[in-house]
Design a protein around this ligand. Sequence first.
Ligand code: HEC
Length: 254
Amino acid sequence: MPQVHRMFFHYSEFPLSMRTLFTGTLLVLGLAYLFAMVHLYNSHSGRDGSPGMSVDDIAIAYSGSDDATKLEAALLGPMSGMLPTDERGDIVGWVRRGLDEKEYDNRIKPIFDKRCLSCHDGSNPHIPNVDGYEEVAKLAEVDTGMDVFTLIRVSHIHLFGITFIFFIMGLIFSHAFVRPVWFKSLVVALPFLAIIIDVLSWYVTKVFPPFAYAVILGGGLMGLSFAFQWVVSMYQIWFSKYSVEKPVGEATTV
Ligand code: HEC
């Protein structure tokens, strides 16, 4: 029987009530993790135009997309026959200059009224409404990705929240018997390192999209550590009969 640190207690030494508490916590945390994954998928997949989740989706979420706006795409594509070239140029130029409202009233609105409203006056719910500045502006928004204030808000929520989750998780896991000790400590440390990588790389991805790989790496490491701690803890709480021999007196260095 190997000797272990005198502060170490294996699950099997704990009363049933405590093992129940650990189990309940793990179950709900596991469920929460699944929902987090579904949410991640829903909010990011398909941004690059193809279904499913990819590195591009992550990059676009943070840095935005250089693609033309929906309005420009329509004017250059399917709607190109609806107006003469010079008027199309007027609209595209106005979009590029930043959707000035005065210019809209003076020069742009009449074009929409004349060329588009016969179909796009809002009466057909299947095609976009272009009647009025607000409606047109919605179609002409450039996707600049997540703005910095949103990132800051999400960062502080994640840093606080994830620390709680992995503190609780790590505390439960610390009662598992896992060797070598350096490996066990690494598993405990990993999610904290990962959340720092993850959050910091959001900001880098915003200005340098290829960094989306680091966002995925951070998230992946976190998930790996979570899964390992969850499975090992749950298994040892209920199925491991490991009984440990504690040293009397001085703690051994394990
Ligand atoms: C004769 C009717 C008609 C006129 C006039 C017309 N459109 Fe359309 N428009 C449609 C229809 C139908 C669709 C949906 C089918 C499609 O996307 O081809 C559409 C789609 C669009 C879309 C959405 C494309 C997308 O990707 O979802 C935009 C934006 C648009 N039109 C803008 C305009 C603008 C701007 C004008 C005026 C210059 C205009 N349309 C004139 C019938 C019209």
